[in-house]
Design a protein. Structure first.
Length: 367
């Protein structure tokens, strides 16, 4: 096996593939990246047995095909350390990978490619295409609401719901929920729900946006696969059932306020400075066409902000974790935001302008 490639061509896909590789591994080969050269196409594979990522690049002519696994981080660090315009020559010599560039030479240990595990895809049951940019937008607008290491393991990921007429993604940590829906025709015969683990979602979001072409999504019984011209991403699915959305989404809220999104976000951020550091609670007091935001803490310090809004309902008071509200207002991309509430003990529904495809639910706090 030998080939030549520019540092500039290699570094970006190698960075993405190395991102999947865990630093601490029970199997030594899982710290490695699998390099496979066929003709002039070099594929690089990294995996942690849950998530697998294959990146593909073209090498210069005159290459000799072959395969090898080498330590992922060391190869990445060598790439980073070389000058931007460096040319790199790779050659396999007596079970070592020798890398030459200018006056530099590096010899890396290898492990047999036959030891490298493959995340096998299950029998495919559904395949559809979606615009890369739109899928990335959907993940970015909802992934903040995923749980981290929750005992309710099915919340440590994101729900993908595919129906004949839409693709929907939903994330929730039990205190808040984020949902984004794209109206589109899919080959699904009926509604299908799968849960993609948190790490899979974060890696997929990093990958997307690498091109303008559509990404092909394949969902099997225990895997999801996303394929573009340059990458193939595979993740195992979480074996669990997501909470029933019909029961979570609040209905019949009669108190609706419309505010300037950026102005409200800045006011909440300022008020949050003097909220209780542990619970992050703030109080919203609604009166006609204004909202008063109040915070205090155990040191008896207080903050108060008054924001002009559109509201003509009854006077009303409700408490929230300020971080949850700020997170939503930070990912929304509309100029105005709507909050729909019914009473101090019921969840609030937050949306952008009418017709917005994203929807957020935040549970109140007792203060």
């Amino acid at each position: 096996m030998q080939f030549q490639i520019s540092r500039e061509t290699l570094i970006k896909p190698l960075q993405l593939v190395t991102g999947v590789v865990e630093r601490r591994q029970t199997l030594p080969v899982l710290s490695n990246v699998l390099l496979v050269l066929e003709g002039q196409q070099l594929s690089m594979t990294g995996t942690d047995l849950e998530v697998e990522l294959v990146g593909r690049v073209e090498v210069e002519s005159g290459a000799e095909s072959g395969e090898v696994t080498v330590p992922a981080r060391k190869l990445m660090d060598i790439c980073k350390s070389l000058p931007d315009d460096a040319e790199m020559k790779f050659a396999l010599d007596d079970n070592k990978l020798v890398i030459r560039s200018g006056r530099s030479r590096f010899t890396l240990s290898t492990l047999p490619p036959s030891d490298f595990p493959s995340v096998d895809g299950s029998a495919e049951s559904l395949e559809f295409k979606v615009a890369q940019e739109r899928l990335k937008q959907m993940l970015d607008s909802t992934s903040f609401a995923m749980a981290q290491q929750d005992v309710r393991y099915y919340l440590n990921g994101m729900l993908f719901e595919v129906s004949p007429n839409y693709l929907r993604v939903v994330a929730s940590d039990g205190h808040r929920l984020a949902m984004d829906t794209e109206d589109m025709k899919t080959p699904a015969a009926s509604d299908m729900q799968v849960i993609v683990p948190r790490k899979g979602i974060l890696e997929l979001a990093r990958l997307l946006g690498e091109g303008t072409e559509d990404v092909s999504i394949t969902i099997g019984s225990n895997h999801i696969r996303a394929t573009t011209a340059n990458f193939t991403f595979t993740s195992k699915l979480v074996d669990g059932k997501f909470p029933d959305l019909e029961r979570i989404l609040p209905k019949g809220g009669d108190k609706k306020l419309i505010a300037d999104r950026d102005q409200l976000r800045q006011s909440l951020n300022r008020t949050a400075i003097l909220s209780n550091e542990k619970f992050r609670g703030i109080r919203l007091m609604l009166n006609k066409d204004e909202i008063k935001i109040l915070a205090n803490n155990p040191e008896q310090e207080e903050a108060e902000e008054i924001v002009q809004v559109e509201y003509d309902g009854a006077a009303f008071e409700i408490g929230f974790n300020v971080s949850y509200l700020v997170d939503v207002l930070s990912v929304l991309d509309t100029d105005t935001v709507q909050l729909i509430m019914s009473d101090p003990n019921s969840s609030a529904l937050i949306q952008g302008d009418d017709g917005s495809h994203t929807l957020y639910v935040v549970m109140p706090m007792r203060l």
